[in-house]
Write a protein that binds this ligand. Structure first.
Ligand code: ZN
Length: 205
């Protein structure tokens, strides 16, 4: 998906206009029942409505504000099957190719696993601040969804992008990353993560 399709107009607004149009939403934290509810599908006819378009813009803004790589609608108290994701490493950061996650807003996503290869990597979550844990996820997936224009799309993803999509889609079913861990042994506070596990920052989803 092309970036300019996903955040229309961002580049053509002044900073004040942008701030007026966008809002940073409050993120629900673990314990809020909205995070454990199964979110309802969005009627495809409503995708282009101002309410859903504004929600998508605000979710991108909120994700950016909190330096997340993904954010699902239930995390901002909207029990709808929608998430946004995207992350571009800074040029000076020495990160692998798979760290890059294309910008996307997916509505009513459905995931199919491709093959049975599984990778276990660190995850965080904006709704579970300061905590990291190792989570097994399918390495390759295919997602079918609607994009923010209401167009039916199919996306093949692997590596970190596949991980993020699985994490966000789980939010739509009331599933948190703890639920997917094989054991809770690797649950780690961010400070201890930095001290004992890695020098690189792991982004929250
Ligand atoms: Zn999350």
């Amino acid at each position: 998906m092309e970036r300019h399709d996903l955040i229309p107009g961002e580049g053509s607004l002044t900073r004040d206009e942008y701030n007026q149009l966008m809002a940073i939403l409050k993120v629900a934290r673990m314990g809020h029942p909205v995070l454990r509810a199964r979110a309802r599908a969005i009627d495809p006819a409503d995708i282009r409505s101002p309410r859903i378009q504004q929600l998508i813009d605000d979710m991108f803004q909120t994700m950016k504000e909190y330096q997340g790589v993904g954010l699902a609608a239930p995390q901002v108290h909207e029990s709808l099957r929608l998430f946004v994701a995207g992350f571009a490493p800074q040029p000076h950061e020495d990160e692998g190719e798979e760290e890059h996650v294309p910008l996307m807003a997916l509505i009513n996503p459905e995931i199919q696993l491709v093959g049975d290869a599984v990778a276990e990597e660190w995850e965080g979550c904006l709704s579970i601040p300061e905590i990291r844990g190792r989570v097994p996820r399918a390495k390759q997936i295919v997602v079918q969804a609607y994009d923010r224009r209401g167009k039916r799309i199919e996306l093949r993803a692997g590596g970190y992008t596949a991980r993020v999509i699985q994490h966000e889609t789980d939010h739509l079913d009331g599933v948190l990353f703890f639920d997917r861990m094989r054991s809770l042994e690797t649950l780690t506070y961010l400070e201890e993560f930095g001290r004992y596990w890695s020098r690189e920052e792991v982004r929250a989803e």
